[in-house]
Write a protein that binds this ligand. Structure first.
Ligand code: ZN
Length: 228
């Protein structure tokens, strides 16, 4: 049975999936490596036990501590090739802001610098992670970025990165309410990706910002957002 542990970091969530071996999904900002180490310790997992570091997508608040953690963990790094361009440009931007808050925040975040990490494992649609001791399957879910992916678990949960988020003000207010993320390269595509996630899951969607979202709440929110 695959267990999902949420690591609540200062700006975003990372996750540890524990199956036959543990994998880390996302690494927060460059200031989060200490918090991730502490959380792993609490779970009695050594950094060196990690089988893989997977990225839901490439943005500074989801891969900021990868270089530091991976050098010690000595495990492979995985992301989708369609986000390679973001790494190559060396910073997040340009970010397409959704709504007024998104437009303001995009100015703040688009210049955030990125480490030039390299993928040892390239994620593709339908890829199983069992060779890393994890029964999750990769689902391509582009829209927030072109290379955004979700991980679908056998129990019907998913780790969905920034396809949508929980709550308002970065997840501080009503964190378990589904909401649009602040940025999307292509919002219509992100919503198609959300539909694909909903079709393959039945329980909990674990987001990059905010609390875990109930499948039914997301389904209702999606129907309402289509009606308006
Ligand atoms: Zn993002």
């Amino acid at each position: 049975m695959l267990k999902v542990h949420r690591l609540k970091l200062r700006l975003s969530n990372a996750y540890v999936l524990v199956g036959r071996r543990p994998i880390l999904v996302d690494t927060g900002t460059s200031h989060d490596s200490y918090a991730i180490r502490a959380a792993l310790k609490k779970l009695r997992i050594e950094l060196s036990e990690l089988a893989l570091i997977v990225h839901t997508h490439i943005h500074s608040d989801h891969m900021g501590s990868t270089t530091e953690l991976a050098s010690e963990a000595k495990c492979p790094i995985a992301y989708h090739a369609a986000d390679q361009g973001i790494i190559d440009q060396g910073h997040n931007g340009p970010l397409n802001g959704i709504g007024i808050q998104g437009k303001i925040l995009s100015r703040l975040f688009q210049n955030a610098k990125l480490d030039r990490i390299q993928a040892d494992v390239t994620l593709v649609d339908g890829m199983r992670l069992d060779e890393f001791g994890c029964d999750a399957v990769v689902l391509e879910t582009p829209g927030h970025t072109a290379g955004s992916v979700s991980l679908i678990t056998p129990a019907g949960d998913a780790i969905i990165g920034d396809v949508i988020m929980g709550g308002y003000l970065g997840g501080w207010l009503f964190p378990s309410k589904p909401n649009y993320h602040y940025f999307a390269e292509d919002l219509a595509q992100a919503m198609c990706s959300l539909d694909a996630i909903l079709a393959r899951t039945s329980r909990t969607l674990y987001v990059g910002h905010g609390d875990p979202l109930a499948h039914l709440d997301v389904q209702r929110w999606r129907k309402r957002s289509q009606a308006t």
